[in-house]
Design a binder for this molecule. Structure first.
Ligand code: NAP
Ligand code: ZN
Length: 347
């Protein structure tokens, strides 16, 4: 018998989110039942429920930054026990058989990794996310959240953390590397903290100087207000690596000019609109423009352990569920410092 649980979800693309109930499947042999304690609000949740990335099924419960406690395990579960502090990120299943899954890149599954929400699960149901009190997840897609990471602050690591850790690790952010982070929101502030912990010299490229004090507090050496005419031109050939977390179209060419030869701009932001660049900006300095999508389960665990070891934790604003709609509007307007996290006890 599926269980009915409390949640907060979108009735349509244009209406505010409302309290509702959803069904969670029975705990299968390999499943873990998690009592969700906290759920982060990612800009991807907003793009999704507002239909900015295309049509979705409604009502839709989003949320893919989930932390909580294991309250029940299936008989074949070996990796988790009741009482464990765990997390769930952006995916809850994959085919397990394709080349990518076999290589441990299940988030790039050939058949499409099954997202934590708005995806069709193996049993044919539509997955529903973390703005809810409970979730049932296959043990292979559950993460262990180290005790030293503050409970309510751990949730944003499950998306914002891994999405920025993965490209920073892949492109070798570390001592001697100059890294720029574009956009100081949920992902951006994690990119700064993680790159600093990796030993890189970090500069924040933000629209205004409103968040300058925070950039420096996170360990950045500089905060540049890119809205000031000529600001980027003054940074020509400065960076080895740029991570862009911007959720809207931005001037890619101007940012490419701030790369050193052979440098890379990795775009993790997902604005609904197409972006454009002049390839001459790449050709001249042998530069690269790349993308990066969350990270594998293995790398997500690696990131959680890295953050615990280095004392890296997100800056959050903890909210009750009746403030979710306000939090959406504030996130879209850039008024977020730096991740809203829902206390699911208020659902
Ligand atoms: P967020 O908290 O809203 O942060 C985005 C930041 O981008 C803002 O704080 C702002 O920084 C900057 N920005 C916003 N509008 C802008 C504009 N019109 N021009 C220039 N800069 C602008 O969002 P988030 O949760 O970090 O997510 C960022 C993007 O990444 C979203 O598109 C999301 O869907 C995507 N995402 C991708 C992945 C992936 O796997 N690739 C994973 C998660 C999220 P400043 O105020 O400092 O300028
Ligand atoms: Zn996300």
């Amino acid at each position: 018998m599926p269980t009915t649980v409390k949640a907060y979800g979108a009735p349509s693309a244009t209406e505010p989110l409302v309290p509702l109930t959803i069904e969670r499947r029975d705990v299968g042999a390999d499943d873990v039942l998690i009592a969700i304690r906290y759920a982060g609000i990612c800009h991807s949740d907003i793009h999704t429920v507002r239909g900015e990335w295309g049509d979705i099924a409604y009502p839709q419960v989003v949320g893919h930054e989930i932390v909580g406690e294991v309250t029940e395990v299936g008989y074949a579960v070996t990796r988790y026990a009741v009482g464990d502090r765990v997390g769930v990120g952006c995916l809850v299943n994959s085919c397990g058989e394709c080349d990518e899954c076999r290589a441990g890149d299940e988030h790039m599954c050939e058949k499409g990794a099954i997202g934590t929400y708005n995806a069709v699960d193996v049993d044919g149901t539509i997955t529903q996310g973390g703005y809810s009190t409970h979730v049932v997840v296959n043990q292979d897609f559950v993460l262990r959240v180290p005790e030293s990471i503050p409970y309510e602050a751990a949730a944003p690591l499950l998306c914002a953390g891994i999405t920025t850790y993965s490209p920073l690790a892949r492109w070798g952010a570390g001592p001697g590397k100059k890294v720029a982070v574009v956009g100081l929101g949920g992902l951006g502030h994690m990119a700064v903290k993680i790159a600093v912990a990796m030993g890189a010299e970090v500069t924040v490229l933000s629209r205004t100087d409103a968040k300058q004090a925070e950039s420096l507090a996170f360990g950045a050496v500089a905060h540049v207000a890119t809205g000031v005419p000529g600001a980027l031109a003054g940074l020509k050939r400065r960076f080895d690596l740029i991570i862009s977390t911007v959720s809207a179209p931005f001037d890619i060419d101007a940012h490419l000019r701030t790369l050193r030869p052979h440098g890379t701009l990795v775009n993790v932001g997902l604005p609904p609109e197409a972006l454009s660049l002049h390839v001459g900006q790449l050709v001249g300095g042998g530069k690269s423009f790349s993308g990066s999508n969350i990270g594998s389960i293995r790398e997500t665990q690696e990131m959680l352990d890295f953050c615990a070891e280095h004392g890296v934790a997100p800056e959050i604003e903890l909210i009750s569920s009746d403030r979710i709609n306000e939090a959406y509007d504030r996130t879209v307007s850039g008024d977020v410092r730096f991740r809203f996290v829902i206390d699911t006890a208020t659902l």
